[in-house]
Design a protein around this ligand. Sequence first.
Ligand code: AKG
Length: 276
Amino acid sequence: MPTNFQLTTAQIRNFQDKGFVTVDFALDGKLLDTIVAKVGPLYERSRGGQLLSGTRIQDAWKQVDEVRQVAVNDRVAAALEQLYGRKPLPFQTLNFPMGTTQPAHSDTIHFNSVPKGFMAGVWVALEAIDADNGPLIYYPGSHKLREYSMQSFGLGTTHVHYPEYEQRIRELIQTNKLEPEYGIMQKGTAFIWHANLLHGGAPQKDPTRTRHSLVTHFYFAGCKYYTPLYSSLWRRRYRQPFWIPATADYVLPQEPPAPMRWYKRWWMRFGLFTKS
Ligand SMILES: O=C(O)CCC(=O)C(=O)O
């Protein structure tokens, strides 16, 4: 549906200068509650029904159409097009029921494009987020640092070396004296981050609470897309993302047969396949 939604000049300047912007897209509160209710049963739980630490659902939009509706929201798309000057293409969603405590990283280690940097994350608070239920942590201005790859740090290009990448990022934050800010947000607020903004999840001080959130990752039209974590100077791991469909009447591409999926997962540990 066409929209006349526009970011303000101040919001655009904030994104350019600091690498993020918080936006109220007037997302329907009931839609967000429905997402929480419908995605809830999909999370991994202990036998006692407790959420397992680190549980998340990738691409819940395939099971819960309300997640897809947020991912393809026309106001979000208009804002991204204003910021990047290209049509945004959503390719992945992640739902979290709790704070992630994910160490700081730049999304350019997971997703990048040619030309570079045409990637963004749009994180939506599905409930109120305060200092105690694991807000986002981010480092304003860090998007202006160069893009660091595994090779920049002299690391191998497999997931096995990812903890070393995280350690190098910690050192980078200290060396550059970067100061963190926290994503304290009202329900429904969206936080758009630049592909190179250092961000992660702050500790959840109150483990009894939830921190329901939904992030959509976007590429932009007219680029080639790849996975830097599994790419070397000689060989880029290009990907062919499946764009999250704009309408509910989509047909998913066929999954490879189960043994092939197992084989792919095993070899992905060594960087020989990448997720698309
Ligand atoms: O939700 C969070 O705590 C962090 C999410 C994140 O870092 C990401 O999706 O890249």
